[in-house]
Design a protein around this ligand. Sequence first.
Ligand code: ADP
Ligand code: MG
Length: 728
Amino acid sequence: MSLSRFNALQTIENRMEPFPVELAEGSMENIASYFAENVFNDEAMKKHLSENAYLSVKAAVQSGQKLTLEVADEVAKGMKKWSEEKGCTHFAHWFQPLTGKTAEKHDSFFTLTHDGRVIEEFTGSALVQQEPDGSSFPSGGMRSTFEARGYTVWDPSSPAFIMEVGEGKTLCIPTIFVTYGGEAQDFKLPLLRSQTFLDKAAVPVCQMFDEEVTKVGATLGWEQEYFVVDEALFSARPDLVMTGRTLLGRAAAKHQQLEDHYFGSIPERVYAFMRDLETESHKLGIPVRTRHNEVAPSQYEVAPVFEEINVAVDHNQLLMDLMERVARRHKLRVLLHEKPFAGINGSGKHNNWSMGTNTGVNLLSPGRKVNLRFLTFFVNTIAAVHKYADILRASIAHAGNDHRLGANEAPPAIISVFIGEAMTKLLQQILKGNSTDGEEVKRVIDLIAKLPDLELDNTDRNRTSPFAFTGNKFEIRAVGSSQNCAGPMTVMNTMMGLQLVEFKTDVEKLVAKGSKQEVAILTVLKSYIRKLKPILFEGNNYSDEWKEEAARRGLSNHPTTPDALDVLSSKLAQGFYGKSRVMNKVELEAFHAVQLHAYCTKLSIEAKTLDEVVNSMVMPAVIRYQTELADNIGSMKDLDMDDAIGYQKDTLKRMVRAANEIREGLEKMNKALDKAHEADDVRGEADILCNKVKPQMDKIREAVDDLEMLVDDQYWPLVKYRELLFVK
Ligand code: ADP
Ligand code: MG
């Protein structure tokens, strides 16, 4: 049973002060003593595998070599032994279906032999492949129900780990999730393909500058924002329970306008939760390092040291999972929704992205000895974003993010790139030079060398830009807080790969005509820089002027998810995913369908929840208070005290007006909802939900939020913002 507002508030009052908090085991020790203790990492592999098996796994990770079943058998044995020593009884294939969450299917090591004996085993074939009942995961029609098989396949590039839930310990094997025909049904396989594609495209470009480079990998450092609320209050809000956000609720008189929360001190209970979360993260090898308050009350951020992109993605998925679990231990709930509260900031997930080489070079760092290589990767990244902005926009489109991107808040739906004053000047100066010989190349290298230390210079950061250069990496800021980073990161890798292929061809053309390579590189870069102007924007991305200016520049603006996703059925997207082999036509169509379907499902659930909460909680309270007011007015009149009923009458009138608006809103919303469900296709359904259902939900909310001010506080059934947002 859900709690009532008053029970919930009482529950909090009854809790002992200070709230007793049990920290995770190990939290008082030195982090190094338990970091990655639950990961089957290099060290554990060396200990539990033969040299041959160890080297085979390494080769599989580094150059994609196939593993034999004998090796898989040995790895399985090693993993089993390692995990049993740590108390595991079960194993699970862990994967990232297109729902955006993670999934796992647990199996026991225990099995029966043909003659009925009990044994514990974990074979190579069980490690390599499993067949969870995939029929309930979204597949966008790739699997019809009679052929519902989906397979999880071991991904050796991501280390196995032990998930501890209460007393239970499970060996988790990171896997990809595919159909019988090998088509991707998850976020992970396209990501891995995009890494391979980027590597192949970037190495030859790196070799123009340094022959030693044989591998290029993308790196990701995410910054995860989230809200924390008390568990009892959470349970008393059916909208939070059902949809992850408040569908109703009036802004508290005090919210973020004082800006006293940002970098302020962290409440003790939340602090204990954070430390616990960090300990659990560190045990799993997630290198979280930074924690601080965010702008809104009860909003926080956690960020790790950056890692290779697929590992960073796994770690973020794991962290989101851990957050929810650890929070419950502290009688708290974590909200990962992009916009849990109206009127204050929502949450995002900044994705810091760069590329690194096997020689240890960050390709987006101008470094000390700056050179043409940095300029090459820097300019090509911007050119890629310019060309494929719509696909990048689609990768961050989902119902939750519409509340941020469409509204006047953190990164708008228009993709542009911020590079800062120093880099802007540099590009201008490069364009000024007009000789095309070696002298010109020297001058440019000289210019880059004179750049101020960008890594230290954070002064000109533009917090409103969706895509910003921050000294040694690009920061993609429009990613939603609940999203799997793999979506947008796959797009980044792919667009960069395609762009580098084009760049190499352009340079080779000039070299074939007799240009020196350095001169050819600079000439091509200059021709790119000349075309970059429309995508570069240093001003305020939240302003209305920018919307107009962006339209003049021909940049797209898709504030809603269904519109933003349309690009996925275009020639541009087919070429993008097809040429890079990151997704074939079937996979792309399925991906589009799954995203649209998820959008429709979310909005339908929200509308139905709103309908129920308004009818069964809000209106009964409103009617009770109306009756009270009406009775009071009647009594006063009976006593000939007509001059004492002004306030009551005004309030009653306002309440009646609001109630009528609610009635009308509900009726229209439900009609539209029926229409949406009758629509012929999912795109049509999404359209109705977006343009007919959602506006009615907003109208209903406005009326209810007005009533929240009028109705006796003792009657109001929903926990108010002022109670939710200031965790005690
Ligand atoms: P901020 O002021 O935004 O917190 P930081 O320099 O502390 O800036 O970095 C923020 C994030 O960027 C961290 O998660 C960090 O790991 C990540 N980061 C730093 N260098 C790189 C890189 N080369 N590639 C990817 N991410 C990086
Ligand atoms: Mg940042």
